[in-house]
Design a protein. Structure first.
Length: 183
């Protein structure tokens, strides 16, 4: 399995972004994410990444995945054809995260990830979103992920900032203070 640099992923993402109209962005992001998640299934990736399988078959399989995602797009199909013809189909596992970042940046939207230990009420998520939008003065897209290691509370990640309001973070802070005091 090849690992592609973020610079190469960014180049391909920029090329795709030039092909896609604003109204198509959400669908393309969803499709790329679906392909990425599907290609993490070993049985599927073993087929798609098999060097013996003809390019045309790989393109057909990936296009079938696009249909299954419910967001078919001719420009995305053409892009995938080029990716496969260049023997870089493995980059489709990671391409969505770089593409999403560039697309949101183009739309001037901030992505904030909320990590939580226990399920959060939608009202809390809405309040967090509104607070971030007021602070950053830009629209925010929220991604939620459960992380039981936080023990309690939540952690908010956006751009290059992390706001740790978790019990785990507080315990780590207290531990560091106690260690510093012993010295």
């Amino acid at each position: 399995m090849k690992g592609y640099s973020d610079a190469l992923l960014k180049s391909y993402s920029k090329a795709l972004l030039e092909l896609i109209e604003d109204k198509e962005l959400e669908g393309v992001i969803t499709s790329l994410h679906f392909i990425s998640q599907t290609l993490k299934v070993v049985e599927i990736s073993d087929i798609v990444f098999n060097p013996v399988l003809k390019k045309i078959r790989k393109i057909e399989i990936i296009n079938l995945l696009l249909k299954l995602s419910g967001n078919e797009n001719k420009n995305l199909n053409s892009f995938i054809k080029i990716v496969v013809e260049n023997r870089r189909e493995e980059m489709l596992k990671d391409l969505w995260r770089i593409f999403e970042s560039l697309a949101l940046n183009r739309e001037k939207i901030i992505k904030a990830t909320i990590l939580y230990a226990l399920p959060l009420d939608e009202e809390i998520i809405s309040k967090v979103k509104n607070a971030i939008e007021q602070l950053m003065k830009k629209p925010v897209r929220i991604e939620k992920k459960q992380d039981k290691s936080l023990i309690g509370g939540l952690e908010i990640k956006m751009e290059d900032m992390v706001l740790d309001l978790s019990l785990k973070g507080q315990l780590n802070s207290v531990t560091k203070q106690l260690i510093a005091e012993k010295r």
